[in-house]
Design a protein. Structure first.
Length: 131
């Protein structure tokens, strides 16, 4: 019994999307620990996360937050940011504008299993970086 309990097991599959109309872009963090994705329910697209080690899932923002298309900031391997293993995502947020805004936030890992967003900042005409 001890040998069986100590063996590696596959995590059971869990459906994280509803149907064929909610196929959106997802991304895996630079450390390979978490997947962030868009899920749609009750006609609202929102961000979700999945811990790839445990299979645990959750909402990244409030369930009423209309947001989609998350992507992690994959820093170059030699940068100071990569060395600090900071997780940051950009996404489209429809909170203030029907056309959506590009917003970003740092992600904080809690309990070693879950992700929570930091302060959400959005790019607009006043703070858009020059190219």
């Amino acid at each position: 019994a001890k040998r069986i309990a100590s063996t590696n097991r596959l995590i059971p599959l869990r459906k994280i999307t509803v149907g064929p109309d909610d196929q959106y872009h997802g991304d895996i963090d630079p450390q390979g620990s978490f997947l962030v994705f868009t899920r749609k329910s009750d006609l609202i697209a929102r961000l979700g996360w999945m811990n790839l080690a445990t299979g645990e899932t959750g909402d990244l923002l409030l369930p009423s937050s209309d947001s989609q298309d998350p992507v992690f900031n994959h820093f170059s391997e030699n940068s100071k940011e990569a060395q600090s293993k900071k997780r940051q995502i950009a996404f489209i947020y429809f909170k203030r504008h029907a056309r959506g805004e590009v917003c970003y936030t740092d992600l904080i890992q809690t309990d070693g299993k879950k992700l929570e967003p930091g302060v959400i900042q959005c790019l607009n005409e006043k703070n858009r970086p020059s190219l």
